[in-house]
Design a protein around this ligand. Structure first.
Ligand code: UT7
Length: 325
């Protein structure tokens, strides 16, 4: 059986990091550190400078994933970039990253699924690897929400940060009777009826007004735990596993309350849940690969561990994946 091995992971965060108080002062927001921490768990976030575009950050994260795996960029035959904040409508940010990495073979494209983007991109890359179309894929989430936030809307602008994460997947032939390693399964969902609770008001082609993120936070919250729990149940059932088999939950990092509720629902201890929302805020499609990079690089997640990832975002889109490292 052909599967996708998780061979490398890397993250990139802009150097500039702002605490809640610094953000409030800089943008003259009527908010408080206490409100933000209590409702979201966020303490600080990274904000990109002019040079740090989605492609710039994604390329840095990809180089780190390649270095970790000890793989030369010339072996990559597929780059999928999950982003809602591409450098340009086209060429795709994935193609800009391909050039930055000096890759001239294979193909590269962007994928838009908001905060679920990394799970979606992982699913597409895994399917292409399983069918034999791809040997080595870079799956990148890179976001620069600071450029699409309405800095007058305290209900949204305090929630997001910038950054990128990249995973390197390699095709691997595994015996049918051996315990599988790598991406075990992915489950994706979307329901466009809820497109109006989290969106960007405008498109690149409509340049008569600035594009801003708009969110009905309460409504998104209302959908989050139920839909995520459903996607997790599917993943476990498909692999004949139970919550007791999970070593780590690496959830999308939108809100500490949603993360804690999912951990509880899965009967996990706090020390089995990777949390970065406190120091990264919500980096949308970048949040899961950034969290994976942090927990793999600091030695918490080890080879052989079973990792569950899940995300929900604009669309609504949501999904889950199980990975045996
Ligand atoms: O990654 C995509 C997925 N996104 C999410 O998962 C987000 C899910 N939603 C949430 O995380 C929460 O809904 C928020 C953190 C966004 C908001 O928390 P909430 O408990 O739902 O607050 P709310 O929007 O209902 O607002 C409560 C109050 C309002 O004041 P009034 O009307 O009660 O007087 C807001 O105006 O809090 C006020 N408020 C603020 N106050 C201080 C809103 N934002 C702020 C702020 N500082 N930054």
């Amino acid at each position: 059986m052909r599967r996708s091995l998780f061979a490398g992971i890397g993250g990139y965060l802009p150097a500039r990091s702002l605490t809640n108080d610094q953000l409030a002062a800089e943008y003259q927001l009527e908010t408080s550190d206490e409100w933000i921490r209590e409702r979201t768990g966020i303490e600080r976030r990274h904000i990109a400078n002019a040079e740090e575009t989605a492609a710039f950050m994604g390329a840095h994260a990809a180089r780190r994933a390649l270095a970790m795996a000890g793989i030369d960029a010339t072996r990559i035959d597929c780059i999928i970039v999950a982003t809602s904040t591409p450098d340009q409508a086209f060429p795709a940010t994935a193609v800009t990253i391909q050039a930055a990495l000096g890759i001239t073979q294979g193909f590269a494209f962007d994928l838009s699924a908001a905060c679920s983007g990394f799970v979606y991109a992982l699913s597409v890359a895994d399917a292409m690897i399983r069918t034999g179309q791809v040997q080595a894929a870079l799956v990148i989430g890179t976001e620069i929400y600071s450029r699409i936030l309405n800095w007058q809307d305290r209900g949204t602008c305090v929630l997001f940060g910038d950054g990128a994460g990249a995973a390197l997947l390699l095709a691997d032939e595994q015996p049918d009777d051996a315990p599988p390693i790598g991406v075990l399964s992915t489950h994706l969902h979307a329901d466009g009826r809820y497109g109006d609770i989290l969106y960007i008001d405008g498109a690149t082609g409509q340049n008569d007004k600035p594009q801003h993120l708009v969110m009905n936070g309460r409504e998104v919250f209302r959908h989050a735990v139920g839909k995520l729990a459903g996607a997790v149940e599917e993943a476990l059932k498909a692999n004949h596993l139970t919550t007791a088999d999970i070593d780590w939950l690496v959830p999308h990092q939108a809100n500490r309350r949603i993360i804690d509720a999912m951990g509880k629902r899965l009967n996990l201890n706090d020390n089995q849940v990777v949390v970065t929302v406190d120091h990264h805020a919500n980096t949308s499609a970048a949040s899961i690969p950034l969290a994976l990079a942090e927990a793999i690089n600091d030695g918490r997640i080890k080879p052989g561990h079973l990792v569950l990832i899940e995300a929900l975002g604009g669309g609504l889109t949501w999904g889950s994946a199980l990975i045996r490292l």
